[in-house]
Design a protein around this ligand. Structure first.
Ligand SMILES: [Zn+2]
Length: 372
């Protein structure tokens, strides 16, 4: 199902060629479809590394901020944590071995000294103001992800604190990484689709409509996705709790929402609180809360369908055209190589940021920052 979703719903170029093939079976459209699928799959990895790089930069920002030099990091004992962490959460967070930077060869070549851990959790405390009260999670697809908590956690903490911990862990789980990368993956695959139209469906009008749909799609995704991403993490974090506990979490979260400053944050929490109970009841919680939603009253689904119909229509129009097979093959291979090259460059950039992160984490873990 997830693969089908990737290869069809998130692959406008592929839809173009697929419809073209059904309109008029020709070799160029079959070849175009195969190449589009390969590019779409490669874009999944590329987007994951892109988001890893962005998050690594954010993590470095809070560690190197000259105003926050008075912080201290205390590692959380992962083995102890695993003794009481619910199975579903443990599985999604720690059973996540695929990482380029976990390989000893790569670690040595980049100068990463510590033992590889996919998820590193620290308690971040401040000795003097300015303080930072927010819990934070920074994800990495090819390297280590980091979670910064405010207080140490144990099986003894109350349900609300457990929920907050599970929420941050949801972000660094394999599902969380995929969900965050989704936005970029969609944007890049739409650009590929528009490039296909520009080359193979010549009327300029198609290209202009394609661009308008693209802008509409991106606007909806960038507006809806950030809150949706938090809601999905909530949804995942609620799995281990009973209905009564969920009600208690919801009540406390509501209080936190009313205290939070900033219109955006207030709005986000309000929305999350409102949807929490419904999400908990819905099938998504028990099955896979991180699966992309497909529902008619979801604006993201509506623009998706609109885009796919448009790309399909362009493919239908181009279906009986005659194209040079070797031109499609060459263009596809060049494009695939380009995407692979950018992906490799991104992985390298992520690696250098991980080295910097390792340095700063060590700095704050070992330093004896004295109180003023
Ligand atoms: Zn969150």
């Amino acid at each position: 199902m997830a693969l089908l979703h990737k290869l069809l719903l998130r692959n406008p170029g592929g839809i173009f060629f697929l419809v073209a093939f059904f309109a008029e079976p020709r070799w160029w459209s079959a070849l175009g479809f195969i190449l589009s699928c390969l590019v779409a799959l490669e874009l999944v990895g590329l987007s994951s590394d892109l988001i890893s790089l962005i998050d690594a930069k954010h993590a470095l920002k809070i560690l190197t901020d000259p105003e926050k030099k008075n912080q201290r990091l205390e590692p959380v004992d992962i083995e102890e944590l695993k003794t009481w962490l619910p199975e579903e959460i443990q599985f999604a967070v720690f059973n996540n071995d695929y990482s380029t930077l976990s390989k000893p060869f790569f670690r040595r070549s980049f100068g990463l000294t510590g033992k590889f851990r996919k998820t590193c959790i620290y308690v971040r405390t401040f000795i003097a103001p300015p303080f930072d009260y927010l819990l934070k999670a920074f994800i990495s697809f090819s390297g280590s992800s980091f979670v910064f908590l405010r207080d140490n956690v144990s099986s003894e903490v109350n349900v609300y604190d457990k929920f907050k911990l599970f929420h941050e862990l949801a972000h660094v789980s394999k599902y969380g990484i995929a969900t965050l990368a989704y936005r970029y993956e969609r944007m890049l695959s739409a650009i590929v689709g528009i490039a296909v139209i520009l080359v193979l469906a010549p009327p300029l009008g198609y290209f202009v409509i394609g661009l308008i749909i693209f802008v509409l799609e991106e606007t909806v995704i960038w507006l809806v996705h950030p809150v949706r991403f938090e809601e999905k993490a909530d949804c995942f974090a609620l799995i281990p709790f009973s209905k009564a506990e969920v009600q208690e979490i919801n009540r406390l979260f509501q209080i936190q929402g009313s205290l939070s400053t900033g219109i955006n944050r207030g709005f986000e929490i309000q929305k999350r609180v409102a949807n929490m109970a419904a999400y908990y009841e819905s099938r998504f919680v028990k099955e896979s809360p991180f699966q992309p939603d497909i529902s008619w009253n979801d604006p993201m689904t509506v623009v998706d369908i609109l885009a796919l119909m448009f790309f399909g229509y362009c493919g239908f129009q181009a279906g009986n055209s005659v194209y040079n097979l070797s031109m499609i093959l060459m263009a596809g291979i060049v494009f695939l190589c380009l995407v692979l090259f950018i992906h490799a460059r991104l992985t390298l950039r992520v690696a250098t940021k991980q080295v910097e992160l390792e340095y700063w984490i060590n700095h704050y873990t070992n330093s004896n920052v004295k109180s003023f």
